[in-house]
Design a protein around this ligand. Structure first.
Ligand code: UDP
Ligand code: MG
Length: 327
């Protein structure tokens, strides 16, 4: 029943200083376009909720607000918006104005003209810190690209346009919003994905929600991207990370001993390190497989029965049925 052309999905968590500017930027950029904007308040505690409600009331019903019960994370917030979206095309973007709504018409136009399923934004001129953000994300993009065959320069850019029929069937959880194109390629079998440079601005107000700990988490996620693809796309977390660490440690220890034997001919038989290394390698494999099982289980958990990764508290300008409130 898709009659609407375009739905925007915008996750926001504690962005009160940006909300007003976001509304104006959307109004300016989208003049003359038929659209709905679904603003997902991801459990904000700073007045974002009230600011969104006020804007939606003032500007009319094409601005819709979904308030989540608590902070579920950017991925789940995006999923909530995607679930509620009614447009044939869904454009996702950040709510802090680092993505520029001015690019939206261009993405949509390209999607039509080139008959694509995904037009991904590429922050060619990314305005974020180098060491903590840009370098890890370069490595990440290269890894995802080489492992999935879907080569993008900038997986992490939220600003992307999708056809609803390829985006809606997939389920997002964890930190998966970064991998959507790769996921789509394996889940809804699209290879109609292109990337175009988009604007990117430094954050003018509020704070990034992603510090060093998130960066590390993404790096850990990436280590598992291979499994992640094979077992339907979810990075292993806790057990897998321990397993990998042990495996690495054990392999290093054994390699060291091997080199010692090879190059110096030293007797390595009586060294405690030998048994240590062997134990680490065995334990590493054990943990890894436990992690894999956990991932497969969590997939069953999320994907069977349409289990949701978020809970809706209340909505504005939107039929509550569309968001399956409270499920
Ligand atoms: N965000 C969210 N829930 C979270 C963290 C972030 O909805 O738990 C939103 C945030 O408000 C912003 C977007 O996701 O609109 C991107 O977050 P952020 O700007 O912190 O990421 P960065 O641009 O630093 O990568
Ligand atoms: Mg940002």
């Amino acid at each position: 029943m898709n009659t609407l052309a375009l739905s925007l999905v915008i996750p926001l968590y504690n962005e009160v200083e940006n909300v007003e500017a976001l509304f104006s930027a959307l109004e300016n950029a989208l003049q003359g376009l038929e659209f709905e904007a679904i603003l997902v308040d991801d459990g904000s505690l700073d007045g974002t909720a009230e600011a969104l409600d006020a804007g939606a009331q003032r500007l009319g019903s094409r601005y819709k607000v979904i308030h989540l019960q608590r902070n579920f994370g950017q991925t789940a917030a995006m999923q909530a918006g995607i679930d509620a979206a009614e447009g044939e095309i869904i454009v996702t973007l950040d709510g802090d104005l680092q993505n520029d709504p001015v690019d939206i018409p261009m993405l949509v136009k390209l999607l039509h003209e080139r008959d694509m399923d995904v037009v991904a934004g590429w922050r060619k001129n990314r305005q974020d810190g180098l060491v903590l953000r840009k370098i890890p994300s370069r490595i990440a993009n290269w890894l995802i690209g080489s492992m999935t065959g879907v080569r993008l320069h900038d997986y992490g850019c939220t600003l992307k346009a999708y056809r609803a029929n390829v985006l809606k069937p997939i389920r997002l959880y964890g930190e998966m919003h970064r991998f959507i194109p790769a996921w789509l390629a394996t889940q809804t079998y699209t290879n109609r994905i292109i990337e175009v440079p988009v604007r990117h601005h430094p954050r003018v107000a509020g704070q990034s929600k992603y510090g060093i700990s998130r960066t590390l988490r993404v790096v850990v996620d990436l280590l598992f991207v291979k499994f992640f693809m094979r077992f339907n796309q979810r990075p292993m977390h806790f057990f897998g990370a321990i397993g990998l660490l042990f495996l690495l440690l054990g392999t290093l220890m054994l390699s060291y001993l091997f080199m010692l034997k090879l190059f110096t001919g030293a007797d390595i038989g009586g060294r405690p390190m030998l048994i240590g290394g062997v134990l680490f390698v065995i334990a590493g494999f054990q943990w890894l497989s436990t992690g894999l099982m956990g991932e497969m289980l969590s997939r069953v958990y999320y994907e069977s029965q349409g289990k949701r990764s978020y809970v809706v508290r209340r909505v504005v300008n939107i039929d509550p049925d569309r968001t399956k409130c409270g499920i």
